[in-house]
Write a protein that binds this ligand. Structure first.
Ligand code: ZN
Length: 47
């Protein structure tokens, strides 16, 4: 994770968390999605 940041990976590097329901990306992990209220905010699986 920290390694990815060092590489300066584009796209999702600054927003690794994503709501599985509304697909909104976040830079921090929310317990509840502030957009749709879903509890399915999870880290993306790019690593
Ligand atoms: Zn959502």
């Amino acid at each position: 994770m920290r390694l990815m940041r060092r590489f300066g990976v584009a796209e999702k590097s600054d927003r690794p968390y994503e709501c599985k329901r509304c697909e909104t990306a976040f830079s921090v992990q929310y317990q509840v999605c502030p957009e749709c209220g879903s509890y399915s905010v999870e880290r993306d699986e790019w690593d």
